[in-house]
Design a protein around this ligand. Structure first.
Ligand code: RAM
Length: 509
């Protein structure tokens, strides 16, 4: 790894303060699953109940919260003659209570599952659970309580934490109530993910990912204006690259700053595009001077993967390029689109840095890359780009090649995007992250009204499903969608899904 202490020092100075707020449950509920939908019915207030072995109570905090839970317990009946053994489960969505942690056998750690157990030796007592949880609902289950007494829950509260500064939040000025509601949920999503860094999700993975940072930054510019946190993220990534200078896909900040050893073609290039976005918004010369070389280097590294035909070589190494969580997706064409998109950013950065020759060379590489991909991957009969040896057609490939400027005109781009709707075999999209790029591609192709309609339908689908915050994965009609081998580890507050707040505000919808 190549650590640059000078950059990490600057990053450390930019860590935000966390704001703390005490929140309490607004009601006690009984989860219900009816007609394929999860819901909650009002139940007897938890303070009025006495709990014995097998009993449980569900507290509803009224909104998604990220923080630390404290519960006060007492007993009723004889003097407690044994500890009480309890399980506490935290859920961002009620559906999580219908899943069984024991049955999860997926490939990411089940330690992410938000549940814990405790023994209450002496009653009354107050317990503060040490982990930070992401939740709206908390379920307390009595696993065992002596028959000589019963347990009472006297009170519960959480210390919610976020670095989002509410006083900095710009208002949403849309006149469309549907959009105002989507904006509200999106802003809440970002709020919850704004911790010491822009986390991907407060339930999981609770850390800074380059691809997520890029989109969180775009939403932040329109909402909380947390420019210093965007800068912090960029300096963190630049301060700990691999030995070749490649930006890591994600990094940890505790116990100390350390980049993960994973690399992804697209996420490294998003350092370049995120610096472009940051400088365009802030004009922060110090950041441009400090981070420019690293940003341009990502493009150079990407170029090493160009094949003799001038197109990024395909790879079957799992995760070489992320694009989306659709495990059946071939990434080659998307990777080329992302490479072209980054070249455009690199040309702008070089202009701003005062290096017009390099800017011209970036533009030439872009033109070469467009020509190459049109020759190698454009199916002229169908008007779409194919990807990989099997010639796969996907939504992701068209979107990224629109964003990278590989279509000859807006009309050609629009025709390709629209043709996907008739092609049942085209590989689809499974994350709001990929949908963000689809919305942008529609706008770039001149289909802004369609973009708005898709945004309303897709994010509106999550809202209609009771979302307090937007999800990591969402594929209408596929509630079991999870790349991890089980939805119990899915995150239901994931900042790469805050797109509505970006598009509604940026395009003044
Ligand atoms: C998920 C993370 C993050 C994303 C990576 C590729 O596991 O939560 O959001 O960037 O995938």
């Amino acid at each position: 790894m190549a650590r640059t202490e000078r950059l990490l020092e600057k990053a450390r100075a930019l860590f935000p303060e966390l704001h703390r707020e005490t929140v309490r449950p607004i009601r006690t509920v009984e989860p219900v699953f009816r007609d394929g939908r999860y819901g909650a019915e009002a139940a007897e207030d938890f303070r009025n109940r006495t709990l014995s072995t097998g009993d449980s109570v569900v507290l509803d905090f009224g909104d998604h919260e990220t923080g630390y839970l404290t519960i006060r317990f007492s007993s009723e009946g004889a003097h407690p003659d044994a500890p009480v053994w309890i399980r506490v489960r935290f859920a961002e969505r009620l559906s999580e209570f219908y899943e069984n942690a024991e049955e999860y056998a997926g490939w990411i750690s089940k330690a992410w599952i938000q549940e814990t157990q405790a023994h209450l030796d002496v009653l009354p007592c107050e317990v503060t659970f040490p982990r930070r949880y992401a939740f709206r609902y908390v379920k307390l289950e009595v696993l065992d309580c002596s028959t000589r007494f019963s347990l009472k829950v006297e009170g519960a509260e959480a210390t919610a934490v976020s670095s989002a500064d509410e006083s900095a939040l710009s208002p949403c000025t849309s006149a469309d109530p549907e959009l105002v509601e989507l904006d509200r949920i999106a802003v809440r999503t970002l709020h919850e993910c704004m911790q010491r860094v822009f986390e991907d999700g407060p339930k999981r993975d609770r850390r800074l990912w380059m691809g997520d940072l890029r989109l969180e930054a775009l939403v932040s510019y329109e909402t909380y204006h947390a420019d210093a946190m965007v800068k912090q993220g960029l300096y963190l990534f630049a301060g700990d690259t691999d030995a070749d200078g490649q930006i890591a896909s994600n990094l940890f900040i505790a116990p100390q700053i350390e980049a993960d050893d994973g690399r992804m073609f697209d996420y490294s290039l998003f350092f370049t595009t995120a610096l472009r976005d940051y400088y365009a918004r802030t004009g922060d010369r110090e950041a441009l001077e400090d981070l420019y070389e690293t940003a341009m280097h990502q493009v150079k590294l990407a170029e090493e993967l160009l094949g003799p035909d001038g197109v990024i070589r395909d790879s079957d190494v799992m995760g070489w390029c992320f694009v989306d969580w659709n495990l059946g997706l071939n990434k080659q064409a998307s990777a080329q689109g992302i490479y072209l998109y980054a070249l455009q950013a690199a040309a702008e950065l070089a202009e701003w840095k005062g290096d017009p020759e390099l800017a011209a060379s970036m533009r030439k590489r872009h033109a070469d890359g467009v020509r190459a991909v049109r020759e190698a991957l454009l199916d002229t009969a169908r008007g779409v780009f194919v990807s990989g040896a099997a010639g796969q057609v996907s939504w992701a490939s068209q979107c990224w090649l629109v964003l990278g400027g590989a279509f000859a005109s807006r009309e050609e781009a629009a025709a390709a995007l629209l043709s996907l709707e008739q092609d049942k075999n085209a590989e689809g999209m499974v994350t709001p992250y990929m949908y963000h790029h689809y919305i942008q591609a529609l706008i770039d192709a001149g289909l802004e009204e369609k973009a708005k309609a898709v945004l309303k339908e897709y994010w509106g689908g999550m809202a209609a499903d009771g979302a307090d915050t937007f999800f990591e994965l969402y594929r209408p009609g596929h509630p079991d969608e999870s790349p991890y081998g089980g939805t119990i580890v899915n995150s239901y507050c994931h900042a790469w899904s805050c797109a509505p707040a970006y598009f509604i505000r940026h395009y003044q919808w």
